[in-house]
Every structure is written in C-alpha cells, then in structure tokens.
Design a binder for this molecule. Structure first.
Ligand code: AMP
Length: 279
C-alpha cells in the first residue's frame, strides 16, 4: 500500500497529468466511506483517501478524544478494494503549522442552522481542513457524502469563494438493511441501541410519505410528537428545507426538499436526512 504522512512526499508521488479523486475521511472506515472510495476509483486514474481526525471541527474536546481510531483496520479495508489507492494519514503538524485553529469564512445562513447552530464553529473547522486538503493535493474531483448534507453545501460554497477548481461530488447515503445510516459513531451504540436506531429513518420515511399531502409545519409537529413519545431519543432538530439553499420549505407542493434530523440515542448523537420528493 502507498501510505504517506507528509503531503510534500505524497505530492511527489502523484502524477498530476492524470485525474486524481480525493476522499477525505476521519477514519474508522465503514461501507459508507467505501461507497465514496469505489465511486472515486471508477471516475479517476488515482485515488487518495485521507484519514485525519481534524481537531478544529470538534467543538467538544471530549468528543475529539473519544473519536474512534484504527488506522490498521482502515488500511486493510482500503487494500481489499484496491492496493493502488493512496492513503494520506498525517499528524496535525503536517496540516496545521504553528497553531491548530480554524481560518475564518463567511457562509451566511447555511452555516448557522441545524448542525452549525448546535455545533458552533464546526463548519469553520470543516472548511479549514477541506481548503487545506484541496489546495495542497489539487484533486480533480473530491467526494463527500450526502449523509452530511449541510457540510456538502458548505464545501460547495467554499470552492466557489476560494476559486478552487476541484469538482465537488455528493454521494448518496449508505444504509444498513434496517435503514440506519452508517456512521463511525454507530460503533459506540450498544446492541439494544442498534436495534432502536432505525427509528430515525422510519420517521424520515413517514415525513416523505406525508409530503405533498400535509404542510411542512404539520409534518414537523407530527414527527416531533413521535419523538416526544419515544423516550429512547432526545431530538435536537427535525426540519424540512430546500436542498439548494437550506431555506425552510413550507408548502406541500414544493420540490427538491429534504427532511433533516439529529437526535441523541443514549449518549450517541445521530444525524440523517432524506429527500422528500424522490422515491
Ligand atoms: P467522516 O469520516 O465521518 O468525516 O466521513 C467522511 C465522508 O464520508 C464524509 O463526506 C461523509 O459524509 C461520508 N459518509 C459518512 N457516512 C456515510 C454514509 N453512511 N453514506 C455515505 N457517505 C458517508
């Protein structure tokens, strides 16, 4: 395997005359990540997977300390797909020189709602690391999951603002058979919590079945009530918004809308979303 922990050495290894697909991850890889990696392999001559738990996007130090890390397993998983994949797994000092702080960006309203409202500063940290990776590695295409839909819009805005030529490609959410969206954090769920977790996707599907029949306001009320009567979960938010600008959708006839959800199951915070007008 080609594993690098310094971007300068990695850059010498990359053939800039060929297309390069980048898949940024924080490791603890699962099939969701692998779906991005496989798409990148299909669409590029070379694929770089980055494994880096970016400290500036954690607003809670405890969360950062506990984040699952297992580079050995990650490498094995990637190797199985293709030994040609290039892995970049740096220490912080290869990306942050003197101090580990976020740069400052202006994303307007898409930043301060939902995840940005609860995790203050999170998207500044995400934008900081993604800008560093894109400008250091100059990929042709970079792949991000719709699982983090708000993040995907932030990154699309980032490349426009910074005039970065990399194409940002959104990839569908990979789910377990029971509907649970895969996440590195699912490894913290107990067996009994894993059985309860699909409730989130069930609620999203209920919202989808009601879209076009009831207003956003009525659907939101219904779903919030379902969470109130399920004591396993503590709902952070359930919102229905337009996919392109994340403004609130209201009328039932509206198109290109998504329901977004974040809820705590025990100590673990889960997020998910679903397009309401696609079947
Ligand atoms: P993370 O390691 O959690 O930062 O995720 C790295 C990338 O994988 C991000 O672009 C995520 O949106 C994406 N991702 C994580 N889970 C999934 C999933 N279940 N399906 C599709 N993409 C995912």
């Amino acid at each position: 395997m080609n594993i690098f922990n310094q971007h300068s050495i990695l850059n010498d290894f990359i053939d800039q005359n060929q297309t390069v697909g980048l898949v940024p991850t924080m490791g603890a890889l699962h099939k969701g990540h692998m779906s991005l990696i496989e798409r990148a392999l299909n669409e590029n001559d070379q694929v770089i997977v980055t494994v880096f738990v970016n400290p500036t996007q954690f607003e809670d130090l405890n969360d950062l300390k506990k984040y699952p890390k297992n580079l050995y397993d990650d490498v094995k998983m990637i190797e199985k797909v293709s030994p040609k994949i290039i892995i970049y797994a740096p220490e912080s000092n290869d990306l942050y020189e003197s101090s580990i702080i976020s740069s400052s960006y202006e994303f307007g309203d898409i930043e301060n709602i939902m995840e940005g409202n609860i995790r203050v500063g999170h998207f500044q940290g995400v934008a900081t690391i993604v800008e560093k990776l894109l400008t250091l590695l100059l990929p042709t295409n970079a792949y991000f999951g719709e699982k983090d839909f708000q993040q995907l819009l932030i990154i699309k805005s980032l490349v426009v603002q910074k005039k970065i030529s990399t194409a940002i490609i959104g990839c569908p959410i990979y789910r377990d058979n029971n509907g649970l969206a895969l996440s590195s954090r699912n490894s913290f769920l107990s067996e009994s919590e894993k059985n309860k977790a699909p409730f989130i996707f069930e609620q999203l599907k209920i919202a989808r079945s009601l879209w076009g029949i009831e207003s956003a306001k009525t659907i939101i009320k219904r779903i919030k009530n379902s969470f109130l009567s399920n004591h396993n979960f503590k709902l952070d938010y359930f919102e229905i918004r337009f996919e392109n600008n994340l403004l609130n959708a209201e009328k039932k006839s509206e198109k290109k809308v998504r329901a977004f959800i974040a809820a705590k199951l025990g100590k673990i915070r889960l997020i998910d979303n679903l397009a309401l007008d696609e079947f």
